[in-house]
Design a protein around this ligand. Structure first.
Ligand SMILES: Nc1ncnc2c1ncn2[C@@H]1O[C@H](COP(=O)(O)OP(=O)(O)OP(=O)(O)O)[C@@H](O)[C@H]1O
Ligand SMILES: [Mg+2]
Length: 267
């Protein structure tokens, strides 16, 4: 099996013929890309990352883990344990005091501010409170994500209906957020996060405001997106969701990773 290796900007950099050892079997057009290939196999890598706010106890302490391409990872733990902080370290909303964060082969702590928009294009973000623009319609909310990165109108006209269909909102393009249920608003926010087909989706408590049945629908949608190859990291308190999905679980306690388990549960 061969996998294509893409850089964080989405451009093609090479092919690995053995995904379990991509750095060894890497066939690159450029010398020295073996290291990039290895890092690309890990979509996200944290190395001994610590984040302090002020002089308090660290919000995240010495966290190290890899997230492979296509993985689905739950971050769980009590309130204040560092889940959201970890997500913010992955999209460089925050910078760690110590350690390194790699995303799609790039050390994002070393990235110039001018490169951050490119980083952000590789990832979509979904939040508990949706963060939709109240004065824009469903179509406009999703289209806006493409407009800000300079996509031409005809592409927007193709991609927005496609993604609204994917999330089950065809026919509701002209509604405003206040005319939608919570579950529908979350679908719009997922559509907005996914419309540019990012490599990674970061979700912070996406089912937190929803009843269990609606939350299940949102998880089915995230599962479908994950099956397209999109790597998903999701912070949640929701035991039911974690136990139903049986995906990798990274558990935090006061900023420390206390468990990292494949096909885990959350008691
Ligand atoms: N901007 C900030 N300034 C100061 N302290 C912060 C800030 N953001 C988070 N913290 C602190 O860092 C710790 C981790 O917070 P974080 O928001 O990551 O927790 P969480 O696991 O996401 O919690 P919740 O489940 O309530 O969302 C907490 O002690 C919190 O008070
Ligand atoms: Mg949080």
């Amino acid at each position: 099996m061969a996998i294509l290796i893409r850089s964080w900007k989405g451009s093609f950099v090479g092919v690995a013929h053995n995904p379990s050892k991509p750095h060894k079997a890497f066939v690159g057009a450029h010398p020295g890309l073996a290291r990039i290939a290895k890092l690309c196999f890990f979509m996200i890598r944290l190395e001994n990352v610590s984040k302090m706010y002020g002089s308090d106890l660290p919000a995240v302490r010495d966290a190290s883990f890899d997230v492979a391409k296509g993985d689905f990872v739950f971050l769980v733990g009590p309130s204040g344990s560092g889940k959201s902080t970890l997500l913010r370290l992955m999209n460089r909303q925050e910078r760690p005091e110590r350690g390194n964060v790699w995303v799609a082969g790039r050390n994002i702590n070393e990235m110039a501010n001018s490169q951050i928009p490119y980083l952000r294009r590789t990832m979509g973000n979904v939040f508990q409170d949706y963060k939709l623009l109240p004065n824009k319609t469903v179509f406009e909310n999703v289209a806006f994500a493409l407009e800000v990165i300079g996509k031409p109108k005809h592409i927007i006209g193709q991609q927005v209906p496609q993604v609204l269909d994917l999330v089950g909102l065809s026919g509701k393009e002209d509604r405003f957020p206040h005319q939608l249920s919570g579950g529908e608003q979350q679908r719009v926010s997922i559509a907005r996060a996914f419309v540019n087909r990012p490599l990674i989706l970061l979700a912070d408590e996406p089912t937190g405001n929803l009843d269990p049945a609606t939350g299940e629908g949102i998880m089915a949608l995230l599962d479908a997106i994950n099956r397209t190859g999109t790597t998903i990291v999701m912070a949640t308190h929701d035991h039911r969701v974690v136990n139903a999905m049986r995906r990798r679980v990274i558990q935090l306690d006061r900023g420390v990773i206390v468990r990292d388990q494949e096909r885990g549960v959350y008691e």
